[in-house]
Design a protein around this ligand. Sequence first.
Ligand code: GUN
Length: 282
Amino acid sequence: MANLIDGKAVSAAVKAQVKTECEALKSEGVTVGLAVVIVGDNPASRVYVNNKKKACAEVGFESYEYALPEETTQQELLELVDKLNGDSKVNGILVQLPLPRHIDENAVINAISPVKDVDAFHPRNVGHIMIGDYAFLPCTPAGVMELIASTGVEVEGKNCVVIGRSNIVGKPMAMLLLHKNGTVTITHSRTKNLKEICAGADILVAAVGKAGFVTEDMVKPGAVVIDVGMNRNAEGKLCGDVDFEACKEKARYITPVPGGVGPMTIAMLMRNTLTAARIQRK
Ligand code: GUN
């Protein structure tokens, strides 16, 4: 039976540190603010946005919610982003994805000022991540790195396999593991011999979006298994990409869903927002 990686505990420690630093800034007259923009009524996005606002209150940030109707035009959203770029109370801007289909996500991401881009989605920040010289951490991958660090397992020299190649998780995840000297393989839906590749991973990160995708035969005995998935199974229960019950018998460390990666993404967003406030102060 694997050791459970406690995302709630690790995220609480990150948020506690952010809170302390936020209080120090407050004593110097600086208030930290995050604008959270949601378009439409995607129920999962609503839950994420509520959790982000709650985390802001916990660490002492102001949060400003902009809940726009589904029929908002791209132009209207770009005008809001432009207004927030110029608002000195707003240190970070988060536009919750996915956006309705009639809005070009890249156009919106490109419009966010790179110094307020607390998701690190802007091409300029993505470029910094690629180079390894960055202020803003990509939230979910950075949260995964914290969880791996909490196990005491070194990334250096390890076979690291990432399942999924999204801009939000898979690609930046691979970069962060590479920066720690992991030997990184990015796999995806067209990968041949996926099971064999995964079964050779010392560190396996699943970001697929399919419940139960990672089966026990894909886990190397003693591996660290990180589950980024957030799915609903046939009974409507929240579950990850990993068949947890079977894989926990083989892994040495494994994240649960919920309570693993999810809370970390939000904690890292808080850290980025604090960083944004510091950068803008200079
Ligand atoms: N949708 C799913 N994950 C994320 C995230 O990390 N940031 C934003 N803005 N939208 C998301």
